[in-house]
Write a protein that binds this ligand. Sequence first.
Ligand code: PLP
Length: 419
Amino acid sequence: MTQKTMHTSDFRPLDVQAIRGDFPIFSDTPPLAFLDSAASTQTPRPVVEAMDAYYDTYRSNIHRGIYRISEEATEQHENARKKLAHLINAPRTSQIVFTRNTTESINLVAYSWGSINISQGDEIVLTDLEHHSNLVPWQMLAQRTGATLRYLEITDQGLLDFTQLQDLLSEKTKLVAITHVSNVLGTINPIQSVIDAAHAAGAKVLIDAAQSVPHFHVDVQQLDCDFLAFSGHKMCGPTGVGVLYGKLDLLEEMPPFLGGGSMIRSVERDISTYADVPAKFEAGTPSIAEAIGLGAAADYITQAGLASIHVHEQELIKYAHDRLQDIEGITIYGPAPHQKAGVISFNIDGIHPHDVAGILDTHNIAIRAGHHCAQPLMKKLDVIATARASFYLYNTLEDVDRLYEALQKAQALMIRRKQ
Ligand code: PLP
């Protein structure tokens, strides 16, 4: 992370035991060692309670009812938008568009911004580290328009090779779409330098912040990014809601993505005029309870302190590297712990990562195994899959110890089976 995005003002050590008390899923003995937060985090009580309050006391549609509970639902929904704006320091609340998830946010930009800004011969720069969500929408746009995709590659250490950036950027570059943090390697990309270089070349920048906004301070004004996308379910919020942030002038000039109710100002038989942003991009009844839950999740991680979450995850990832590298035949992918977020991908000689995950599950340890929706990166690493453990504010050093011990047992079991 660049120093510019790393605030330390809210740093205080996390009270992890108190935090775990907010997550009923950890109340079993022995507790679940949940090491798959990069896929989806767990949900604390305050988030569930905020959604329950909607369902129990003021459930109704928003923006249209002229009665008390509908007005309350509208107010709570729009309050959530304010909380999300505050979380990423968006200049205006209207720059927060609620979507279903990061994937939909990126597709919205590819479809809507892409339809008026990308044409034959234009170039879109991606990186080797992208999740399919920040790759397939651009392929589809390139196929529709005749634009070309170009890739900033990674070094053997899993860091972006900046020596290539200037060569990739030209007057043909219209967009750089880059992940802030790799969901496979954990690499924290120095996106400030990418944004500055892309802007100097006249290109816009979209940040896939699915793995950054939940884990450390991201300030869109400081970064000066043009678009930023993230998902609620990766930051203690519910599934089914995500965010697209965009610069106001860009959002205003973009055509709608979906048409229907809520996104119009007036409709006639043959033509309609559209509502202002963000409503222009929020056709139909939104995920109301989920947006309210996401607002509560933003409060939750803000109260825990994003600097504190980052420091805690740094401690866990460093400890995980120290312990896991002792395992015979292990390959840990990606850069050194201080250059990454709380994600560790690995393989152990002779054991398929799916077997690793299956055996760990019998020890009540949840990790992920597979291509992590990053098949081009798997190809680059010359593997078909990896095992991946990922951390969040509720994980402990004991979770790492359990991971280490269960991996040792998995290895012993596989050796016995092969004899
Ligand atoms: N981008 C990154 C870096 C991710 O890790 C993920 C999910 O794993 C996504 C995008 C897609 O998120 P969602 O499935 O919530 O749209």
